[in-house]
Design a protein. Structure first.
Length: 327
């Protein structure tokens, strides 16, 4: 296996302050110390070449876990091994074999062209000239940004900057890649371009990738396996399609009709029928979605139609509550 995590825990200490001037004075002599678990006893293994979605709401512990896996943070307890190395030891041999891309953090020099940052990384990672030239050419061509490598980073669009961030992270050919919200804030076109690139990169290089994202399109299109954490606890570790079949046995079908019809004519197709102007919605069993949409087109004059899966936040909440009740 490439990544081995066993009983990982990360705790943070903080102090509670009583409000007001009196509280500030008391705080000079006595402060109440509290401890919170950012990551609470999670374990998982990841095999070579896997593309794993790491999912959870804000504050779940996703970024903290990635920082521990990349050696930025030291765990409070538990064990972590990546490619046989302990990340927090920060050995040079290990640092040359992984990369971390954070959608809200820039590693490129803002006032310099991206190529200057690439050359700096070349020196830091001691990348051979031939390997660097070939990799840079292939990556920039795949991402379609060959013509902007000499443009100042601050003059690039958000999508162009993220593509350059990916190139900077991949120039040394890492075996393990951690992606923390790589498509955050991007337009639909840029998101699709990043997803397609990552899918092809994983297929071509067999790199092991962990991806965190609040855009479920990222997870759905890229990851066969999903790990869900909430309040620092691991709630689910398994296939993405199994997650929906287990916790979301329905889809919502929304469609517009040219004329109004009574709800009774739709009862055979699904439940919880609703109407807003000429747009109808109904809940349809997961396995019968294609069959139902086909029948709707056969029996009615359907204009627009959209199919929505259950929101991942709802599923996470349901899993968390079920686990809480069992415990």
């Amino acid at each position: 296996m490439v990544i081995h995590v066993k009983n990982l825990r990360k705790q943070y200490e903080y102090y509670r302050k009583t409000p007001g001037l009196l509280g500030s004075v008391k705080g000079l002599f006595h402060r109440e110390k509290l401890v919170t678990d950012a990551v609470n006893d999670i374990s998982f293994d990841i095999e070579p070449g896997e593309f794993v979605g790491f999912v959870g709401p804000n504050g779940a512990g996703k970024t903290t876990t990635l920082k521990i896996l990349s050696g930025i943070l030291h765990p409070t307890s538990g064990s972590v091994e990546i490619l046989g190395y302990k990340p927090f030891e920060r050995k040079t041999e290990f640092q040359k074999q992984f990369a971390l891309v954070m959608g809200q953090k820039n590693q490129l020099w803002w006032d310099l062209p991206a190529i200057e940052s690439f050359l700096l990384n070349k020196a830091i990672y001691e990348i051979p000239n031939d390997f660097f030239a070939k990799n840079l050419e292939e990556l920039s061509a795949l991402l379609g940004i060959t013509e902007i490598l000499n443009v100042q980073v601050r003059k690039l669009s958000l999508g162009q900057r993220m593509k350059c961030e990916l190139i900077a992270a991949l120039l040394h050919g890492p075996k393990v890649l951690f992606l923390d919200e790589p498509t955050i804030g991007l337009d639909v076109v840029s998101q699709n371009a990043i997803r397609e690139f990552l899918k092809n990169y994983n297929r071509k290089t067999k790199a092991t990738i962990i991806l965190t994202s609040h855009y479920m399109q990222d997870i759905r299109r890229l990851c066969d396996r999903v790990i869900i954490i909430h309040h620092g606890q691991l709630l689910y570790d398994g296939r993405y399609d199994a997650l929906h079949s287990k916790y979301s046995d329905f889809k919502t079908v929304e469609f517009s009709l040219e004329e109004d019809i009574p709800f009774t004519r739709l009862e055979e197709f699904g439940s919880e029928i609703r109407k807003n102007d000429h747009t109808y919605s109904l809940r349809v069993p997961y396995a019968k979605t294609a069959e139902v949409t086909g029948k709707l087109f056969e029996q009615f004059k359907v204009g627009d139609i959209a199919i929505h899966e259950r929101d991942i936040e709802e599923i996470i909440g349901e899993i968390f509550m079920a686990k809480k009740i069992r415990s």
